[in-house]
Design a protein around this ligand. Sequence first.
Ligand SMILES: Nc1ncnc2c1ncn2[C@@H]1O[C@H](COP(=O)(O)OP(=O)(O)OP(=O)(O)O)[C@@H](O)[C@H]1O
Length: 754
Amino acid sequence: MVGAMANNGRIRSASPVTNGSKDLTPNSAPASTTGSEYGPVEFTRDDVETLLNERIKYKSKFNYKERCENMMEYIKRLRLCIRWFQELELDYAFEQEKLKNALELNEKHCADMEVSLRNKEEELNMIIEELRKNFESVQVQLAREQTEKLAANDSLGKEKETRLAVEKAQAGLVEELGKTQGDLQTANQRIQSVNDMYKLLQEYNSSLQLYNSKLQGDLDEAHETIKRGEKERTAIVENIGNLKGQFSALQDQLAASKASQEDIMKQKGELVNEIASLKVELQQAKEDRDRHLVEVQTLQTEATKYNDFKDTITELETTCSSQSTQIQELQDRLVSSERRLQVSDLTTFEKINEFEDQKQSIIDLKSRVEEAELKLVEGEILRKKLHNTILELKGNIRVFCRVRPLLPGENNGEEGKTISYPTSLEALGRGIDLMQNAQKHSFTFDKVFLPTASQQDVFIEISQLVQSALDGYKVCIFAYGQTGSGKTFTMMGRPGNPEEKGLIPRCLEQIFETRQSLRSQGWKYELQVSMLEIYNETIRDLLSTNKEAVRTDNGVSPQKHAIKHDASGNTHVAELTILDVKSSREVSFLLDHAARNRSVGKTQMNEQSSRSHFVFTLRISGVNESTEQQVQGVLNLIDLAGSERLSKSGSTGDRLKETQAINKSLSSLGDVIFALAKKEDHVPFRNSKLTYLLQPCLGGDSKTLMFVNIAPESSSTGESLCSLRFAARVNACEIGTPRRQTNIKPLENRLSLG
Ligand SMILES: Nc1ncnc2c1ncn2[C@@H]1O[C@H](COP(=O)(O)OP(=O)(O)OP(=O)(O)O)[C@@H](O)[C@H]1O
């Protein structure tokens, strides 16, 4: 309200009446009057301010009546003002309502307007868009038309040039025509002159003819005269001569006339010819003229037409030029496409050729692979044959000697001459010389390994035998030698050092590798392992999980592992654990297990002396699915107990008993070998568990290799000599022909040593 007042300066009632603020002062207004009595009043801001700030002054402070009246008057005025305010407020509310309605209406109108404006805007936008598009298309068209115009201008220019050229040509033709017309006139003149000449000649000819006819007449007259003269001759003898002279003169004159007539005739012929040729020329010139005239007319007609159809021609030329451009482009594209096609044809052709070549080479390669496979199979068969022949030629029992290096604290005698190796050609790598009491003992074996030989060097030499086991042979490799000479090192190696792996782990690695590689040739192998020891003439199962069964207090297994040989030469050991193996790692694990179960003891010669014969047996059963071949091989790897003499071993008690048992079985081994070599009727296989167990291997059915291990120190010379002598006797033996076992038998029935 105050804002409204402030804005308006004055506050108005709905129906303004008189007055000013002065009328409303308490003094000017009657005491009993009310607002309604005063009628509608109008207040200004100042009035209201004055009314509100009014301080009533009293004559007497205690004239309450007066005070009361004044107060009443003041209150009345205040009421009046308040009512006015209320009315004004009502007015304002009404006005406000009206304004609100108007505002709403306006807002609605505005919203409608806004909507319609938006619609209009959209429409306009669309129109603008369309116009833009139109503008763009017009621009494009304009550009196109400008291009066309340019092209038309170009073509017009060209046309002008052409026209100029044509006009030039026309001018040239007109000139030529003028020339021709000049020529024609000249020709006409010449014709005229020739005609005149011809007339003259004709006249001359006619005159000549006249003259000739006259001469003829003269001649006739002369003849008549002659006749008359002859008639008169007789009469006129004296005039005859004259007449004869006259006659001859007349004759000469006639001849000359005739000659001139001929010349004239000749000239006439020439002239006739010339006239004829001139006529032809004239005709030609006429024809040329006519032709040129026709050409000129045609050109003039064409020029007229050309002018008439210039626009059409322009258009047509434009189209034509664009089409020719398109044609040119198309031709270019066609040419390039053709080129590409040619290139691709060439490439395709080359590729086809290449493909054919490759196909052919694949076929060739396939046939070569097939041939190679066939050759491989044949080669494999041949290899086996040759290998076995070689082994047979070498003898069934072969002996390798291995001298171990000196161990710390050992010596090789004075000047190191206890053991030496001959360097002669025939003994190189095969001979060994042992000095004892200044006496040299020389031995030759299939191979002598020097102390420097590594485990791998040794294994390479026996790997062929391992292959034989896979080929279905019984193979037996054993290490013989005194205690501490390196038998266990050779067979088992030193644990924890891969470089020093012994023959047994290396053999197994080779077998597993070969098994894998032979798969491609259709071979499938099953492998079974057993490990036992012969301790004090008792067989002990080293793979048994029952510890009690392996080791008892007195070292004797409670189980009786009875040995049996069947008719096929297979050995069965009762109650022996035989395990299927799939990898060399599995076998290593089993070897460790067996090594822990072995009977070892301390001797004077070895801290960890093997007090038993260790027999590792691998049964190999192979089937070839493609050739349906079946093989059963056996690989026996034996670490014999030390062969030292009792005195040397320093054994007493149990050790003595062990040594005695060892020696007994080893001497039995010797006995068997020598009996076989001598082909004795009785071979004492049963004299020891070892020989009885190895009977099929020693009995000529298998391939046997003996390692004789030698300790190099001088103190072992005696033992070494014994070992070498034993080995030399074995090496001299021939104990039969190895036989390959290829018959098919179920694997579970072959739980034996071979
Ligand atoms: N070629 C060699 N190279 C290095 N050390 C060897 C070699 N041969 C044997 N030895 C070592 O000589 C020692 C005796 O070897 P090993 O135990 O193999 O003899 P052994 O013939 O098996 O004896 P025993 O019959 O008493 O069991 C071992 O310490 C072994 O490591």
